[in-house]
Design a protein around this ligand. Structure first.
Ligand code: 5RP
Length: 246
């Protein structure tokens, strides 16, 4: 793919994106992912609204697979559709992992964790033979992190110390709290989330390396080298598939 193909096309309606168009983009992209399910037995599922669309689109095929979810949210959505799952503990490798992202750049580098599930998402993706990510075109950015903060999952007792270390390196930090509260959001695995904004000049790889060096950080939302196939749903309904397989 050329870099021009990756550029976000302009909205026909004064920059206002209609949720219906986003839904069309996600449904068309999810339909394209069906072909990757045929060869897979154990399938990992990411978290978020795009994955919700994928679960509905792929229901018939998913119902015949061994499914493992990255979050309680995805377990509940899948169960509400009648899909059965196994615990992550019950598998040690996956044939296929399907997820979305908050942002993706032309090198396939992603920011994830808007839904706070990035630790198990990264764990499942790391154990999969093939990783397919579905994004609508609004998530394409020239370089990550662009608009989205980078979520960092932190041991709750370490929030103050971790925050000070990260802020000392020039990052802006915001503890994720439920609306109007001071108590942090606690993730499925018992972590707190600090959303960080790194200094503009930092490369994603350097951000990742730095965050991994801070004791008390469980995981972060920079995903480098995690995508094998990126399926992009355009708002027009057109789908593009980009391979990053080496
Ligand atoms: C959750 C994630 C999601 O993939 C990301 O937030 C995108 O979600 P959505 O499909 O709702 O836009 O990383 O931890």
């Amino acid at each position: 793919m050329t870099s021009t193909q990756f550029i976000l096309s302009r909205s026909p309606v004064m920059g206002i994106w209609l949720s219906e168009e986003v839904d069309v983009a996600r449904r068309s992209a999810s339909t394209r992912v069906l072909e990757y399910l045929d060869a897979a037995e154990v399938v990992g599922l990411g978290t978020g609204s795009t994955i919700g669309v994928f679960l509905k689109t792929a229901y018939d095929k998913l119902a015949r697979k061994t499914l493992v979810a990255s979050s309680i949210d995805t377990v509940l959505t899948a169960r509400s559709l009648g899909l059965k799952l196994v615990e992550p503990l019950a598998v040690d490798s996956l044939d296929l992992y399907v997820d979305s992202a908050d942002e993706v750049d032309p090198l396939g580098r992603m920011v994830k964790g808007g839904g706070g599930a990035m630790t198990m998402e990264k764990v499942l993706a790391s154990a999969a033979k093939l990783r397919v990510f579905i994004v609508d075109e609004l998530k394409l950015v020239p370089r990550i992190p662009h608009r989205s903060p980078v979520p960092v999952e932190v041991v709750p007792q370490a929030i103050s110390i971790v925050r000070k270390k990260i802020e000392s390196a020039g990052f802006m930090c915001r503890l994720r709290v439920p609306g109007g509260k001071r108590t942090p959001v606690i993730t499925d695995i018992g972590g707190a989330i600090v959303d960080v904004e790194p200094p503009k000049q930092w490369e994603p790889e350097d951000i990742a390396k730095f965050l991994e060096s801070v004791p008390g950080v469980i995981e972060h939302g920079i995903f480098v080298n995690y995508v094998d196939i990126l399926v992009i749903g355009r708002l027009s309904g057109r789908v593009e598939v980009v391979s990053y397989r080496r």
